[in-house]
Ligand binder design. Structure first.
Ligand code: NI
Length: 229
């Protein structure tokens, strides 16, 4: 299941990120690719250990932990330090079909995670570039994603995906992975659906309505049952 989360960063924050990123040094994106994906990856990245990548990454993680839709969809246990990439039309940048590594380790923090979900946070507006769609394959077919700057998409890290060639302009994004407390993707998806239904009931009936309180209890008990922490 693909889940979009709008307005993780404001337009002002995106503009500030872009200003800082434009002034930074970039490197070949293959430096963080596995052996197999290095064959199909053509883009540039901010050096993952650079002060700027870490600083902007922290701001993204803080924004995420305050975002109820993101928390509800991901139920994150650990969020990998966000990385940043860009695809330029002039350099024929794209990222051919691949799957992400199952485990990611960060040598600066010692964090090691099982990658349950992949995240792309868009940092360029759709009209700034042509091409550059994120294409994710799942059981229901292939899905093209291109979101407004500041929005993100969550998708299963186990899925085949690619970024189509950028044919004009520049695609700028942050990307990272997370380990969810709920390893089972179907359970996570049902828990998200239940929470979404509860939130609309709360709006109609109030948070203290006895039935919404009962459903909220069931929601938490499902997390207790499925959580692997
Ligand atoms: Ni990938």
């Amino acid at each position: 299941m693909l889940i979009c989360v709008p307005e993780v960063l404001s337009k002002e924050e995106v503009a500030e990120f872009r200003r800082l990123m434009d002034a930074a040094g970039w490197e070949d994106g293959r430096s963080t690719a596995g052996a197999q994906s290095a064959l199909v990856k053509r883009n540039e990245q901010l050096p993952p250990d650079s002060e700027l990548a870490r600083k902007l990454g922290h701001r993204i993680v803080s924004a995420l932990t305050a975002n109820p839709r993101f928390i509800s969809a991901a139920i994150p246990l650990r969020i990998f330090p966000p990385l940043f990439n860009r695809y330029a039309a002039s350099d024929g940048h794209h990222f051919g079909v691949h799957v992400d590594n199952a485990v990611r380790g960060d040598h600066l923090t010692g964090m090691r995670i099982r990658t349950d979900l992949s995240v792309t946070l868009f940092l360029a507006e759709p009209d700034e570039y042509e091409g550059g769609e994120l294409v994710v394959e799942d059981n229901y077919g292939s899905h093209e994603v291109k979101l407004p700057a500041g929005d993100l998409v969550l998708y299963p890290a186990s899925s085949l995906h690619l970024v189509t060639p950028v044919t004009s302009g520049m695609r700028v994004a942050s990307f990272f992975w997370l380990q969810s407390m709920i390893r089972d993707a179907h359970a996570r998806s049902m828990i998200f659906d239940l929470d979404s239904a509860i939130q609309s009931l709360v709006e109609r009936l109030g948070r203290d309505d006895p039935e919404t309180v009962k459903l909220t209890g069931i929601y938490h008990n499902l997390i207790r049952y499925w959580a692997d922490v």
